[in-house]
Ligand binder design. Sequence first.
Ligand code: 4AD
Ligand code: MG
Length: 459
Amino acid sequence: MKRTKINILTALGETPGQVLVKGWVRTKRDSKEFSFMEVNDGSCLKNIQVIANKDLENYGEIQGVTTGTSLIVEGELVASPGKGQKWEIQASHVEIVSLAPESYPLQKKRHTDEYLRTIAHLRPRTNKYGAIFRIRSEIAFAIHKFYRDKGFRYLTAPLITGSDCEGAGEMFRVTSLSPTEVQNAGRMDFTKDFFGQESNLTVSGQLSAEMFALSLGDVYTFGPTFRAENSNTSRHVAEFWMLEPEMAFCDLEGNMDHGEELVKYLVGHAMEHCEEDLSLFFQFVDKSLPALMDTLLKQEFARLSYTEAIDVLKKSNKPFEFPVEYGIDLQSEHERFLAEEYFKKPVFLTDYPKTIKPFYMRMNGDDKTVAAMDLLVPRIGELIGGSQREERLDRLENRMEEMNLPRDPYWWYLDSRRFGSVPHAGFGLGFERFLMMITGVTNIRDVVPFPRTPGNIDF
Ligand code: 4AD
Ligand code: MG
């Protein structure tokens, strides 16, 4: 007998024969002689129709099957005479593994994303969320494939760190002390703590990646990062995954070229390997997605400086909620205007004022701006944030002093500029934001298996 998963039907072509399917019932209806069950095993979007006829020895039991019930079905795969499906299984044996009670929350009707967030443990059993998380899995694989094929090395950066890469102070403290042990004369005493100093969950693997780029050449990290930003937006979560390539002997141009190549590759991979799942989003979530995919694949991304972008924004006469002035940190509304309305394609903004960027970015000749680059994309805003790094020791030390950064915790980082320093560059791509872009999902909570946001750590 051919032991098969449902996806074999769609992936390998369809041939009649004996099959074995294990899955969950989506819907069921009965006629006098038969029970028709739509079964899905999570391997693909499509269900397979299973027909159980009254001659089966446990037909009585089968008639009691409810939505959500788990089954093992043996039978013959045959061309379906019915409408809506090409193939069906004439069951010769149906084993009911576990019957779901009527209180099963995923009954056959359309549920809102808000409701499904409250049952995040069950939502991957729906068409839409099944598709999202299969795509998520495939794109994670594509990232590793892209880098392996290019000869990059994969680095796992530590999740617990003693430094704040972004300098934004938005970190989750890690401690093994009990609340009563923490206080010493009203102050936090970290010398008694596990690591003997203050430690936090990482906000970025970049500083580690830089050390390895200056040793192995081109490297990337891909892993979870944590930010205690109290921003309850549709684009921020407290725990998200970031892809961070870091390239030795690379400047800002090379960094942008690499970012553009990466995005095009991942979109192409999704189109090729997630066709069926993406079709759900193209049809039911956002009809403009195919055009966006086309733009991402075929058009050269725009590039312009922050200063030029400020000019464009000012001249647009758009009534932005946050007024535009040179020196502001761009808001999502500004970023989206540039990518969505003005350029109508992704755009790299470069050379931001040093005052709104972290200490490690390379100072430009004007002493006012740094070699930063953000990639802004339609609908999402910032997808990538990166820069060429400051490789000159004296400039780096000056900048840290200007920003009142303590030198001690960064002694090893400074060392890298002392011993064989080279120009290098890299960036971080928000994995969830990329998934939002290609699926048209508008809330980041819906592309994360179990999202962590302010006030919410259920599941
Ligand atoms: O721009 P960010 O903060 O850059 C860095 O952390 C650099 N150290 C990366 C580097 O150069 N190696 O973050 C990078 C990307 C953003 O562009 C965004 O896509 C995503 O990470 N991101 C978030 N995604 C979800 N939720 C959040 N709270 C995010 N914060 C940033
Ligand atoms: Mg950023």
